[in-house]
Design a protein around this ligand. Structure first.
Ligand code: PBG
Length: 323
C-alpha cells in the first residue's frame, strides 16, 4: 500500500497517538548514576568540565545518595580518589580504602540501593595507568592479582556488583574465581567488555585524577575503529563468567551496542561517558541546544540501539524529567 491510501503521518497526529506507538521508552530503572568519592573530610569539589558533578568526601556522599534514592534511581557506580597513590596501587585493595569505606557507609543507610564499584587501578597508581607498569609497559598478568584483591574487598564491603574497567586480558575469570574462592558467589560481575581508547574520557580524568603520566591507554583499550573486535571481547568475557557486559563510550558506538546485543543476548550496559555529558552541558550553557530535549534524545537513542542499562551523569536530571 502506498500514498495516498497509506500515510505515515496518521500515527504522528496527536501526542496521545504518538505515546501509543512509541517504541522505546526510557525508565528510571534503566539508569545508573556515577559518583566520585574522595578521601578526606568535608570535601565537595566541583568538577569544572562536568557541571553538576562533584568529588565528594564520604560525609558529603550520604546526602547526595539520599537525593538520588529519593529521585527513584536504583543504582550508583562508585569511583574512588585515594589520599595516596603508589606504583602498586595499594589504596585500591585496602579494606580501609576510599571505595571500601564508602560502600559500607552507603550500604548501611541505603540497603536496597544497588552499589556498583569500578574496578581499575588508574586512580590508585602514581603513573595513572590501569595496571602495574614495568619498564614503561603495562603488565597484564600481575595486574590480575591486584584487580582480584580489589574486587574481593569491594564485595566484602557490600558492593552488589563489581565492574572491571581496566581491559586486561583474563580479568573476568580471575575476578570470578577470586570472588568464588571467598564465598562471594552472589556478587554480580559487570564487565566493561568493550571499552574503547576514547577522547571522550577527558573530563573524567580530571574528576578521578587518573590521567596517565606517560603514553596512552591504546595497548589495552580498544581501537575505536573496531566493531567486530568489540563483539569478540564481549563473547570472551561471557565465556569467562561475566553476568553483564558493557559498551563504552555510548553515542559514538551505537552500532557496537546494537551488534553486541544481537550477538550475545546478554544484559548490556552502555556508558554515556564524561565527554558526551560535557558536550551537551557546554552547548546548553551557551544556549546552543535545548538541554532536556537533547539529553532525552541522546539517552533514548542509546536504549533504542540495544542497551538495557545506561550509566549516565544525566541520571539525576533524567529522573526529574521522567518522574
Ligand atoms: C577507569 C575508567 C575511566 C572511565 C571509567 N572508568 C577512564 C579511563 O579509562 O581513562 C571513563 C568514564 C567517563 O569518561 O565518564 N579506567
Amino acid at each position: 500500500m502506498y500514498y495516498p491510501s497509506y500515510r505515515m503521518r496518521r500515527l504522528r497526529r496527536t501526542p496521545a497517538i504518538r505515546d501509543l506507538v512509541r517504541e522505546t521508552k526510557l525508565q528510571l530503572d534503566d539508569l545508573v548514576y556515577p559518583l566520585f568519592v574522595i578521601a578526606g573530610e568535608n570535601i565537595k569539589n566541583p568538577i569544572s568540565s562536568m557541571p553538576g558533578c562533584y568529588q565528594l568526601s564520604i560525609g558529603n556522599v550520604i546526602p547526595e545518595v539520599r537525593e538520588i534514592v529519593k529521585l527513584g534511581i536504583k543504582a550508583i557506580l562508585l569511583f574512588g580518589i585515594p589520599a595516596h597513590k603508589d606504583p602498586a596501587a595499594t589504596g585500591a585493595y585496602d579494606h580501609e580504602g576510599i571505595v571500601q569505606m564508602a560502600v559500607r557507609a552507603i550500604k548501611d543507610e541505603f540497603p536496597d540501593l544497588v552499589i556498583i564499584t569500578d574496578v581499575c587501578l588508574c586512580e590508585y597508581t602514581d603513573h595513572g595507568h590501569c595496571g602495574v607498569v614495568q619498564d614503561g609497559e603495562v603488565l597484564n598478568d600481575v595486574t590480575l592479582e591486584l584487580l582480584s584483591k580489589m574486587a574481593v574487598t569491594h564485595a566484602e564491603s557490600g558492593a552488589d556488583m563489581v565492574a572491571p574497567s581496566d581491559m586486561m586480558d583474563g580479568r573476568v575469570a580471575a575476578i570470578r574465581n577470586a570472588l568464588d574462592d571467598e564465598g562471594l558467589t552472589d556478587t554480580i560481575l559487570l564487565s566493561y567488555s568493550s571499552k574503547f581508547a576514547s577522547a571522550f574520557y577527558g573530563p573524567f580524568r580530571e574528576a578521578a585524577e587518573s590521567a596517565p603520566a606517560f603514553g596512552d591507554r591504546k595497548t589495552y583499550q580498544m581501537d575505536p575503529a573496531n566493531g567486530e573486535e568489540a563483539v569478540r571481547e564481549a563473547l570472551l568475557d561471557i565465556e569467562e563468567g561475566a553476568d553483564m557486559i558493557m559498551v563504552k563510550p555510548a553515542i559514538p558506538f551505537l552500532d557496537v551496542i546494537h551488534a553486541v546485543k544481537q550477538e550475545t543476548k546478554f544484559p548490556l550496559a552502555a556508558y554515556n561517558v564524561s565527554g558526551e555529558y560535557a558536550m551537551i552541558k557546554a552547548a546548553a550553557a551557551n544556549g546552543w541546544l535545548d538541554e532536556q530535549r537533547a539529553v532525552l534524545e541522546a539517552i533514548t537513542g542509546i536504549k533504542r540501539a540495544g542497551a538495557d542499562l545506561i550509566i549516565t551523569y544525566h541520571a539525576k536530571d533524567l529522573a526529574t524529567w521522567l518522574g
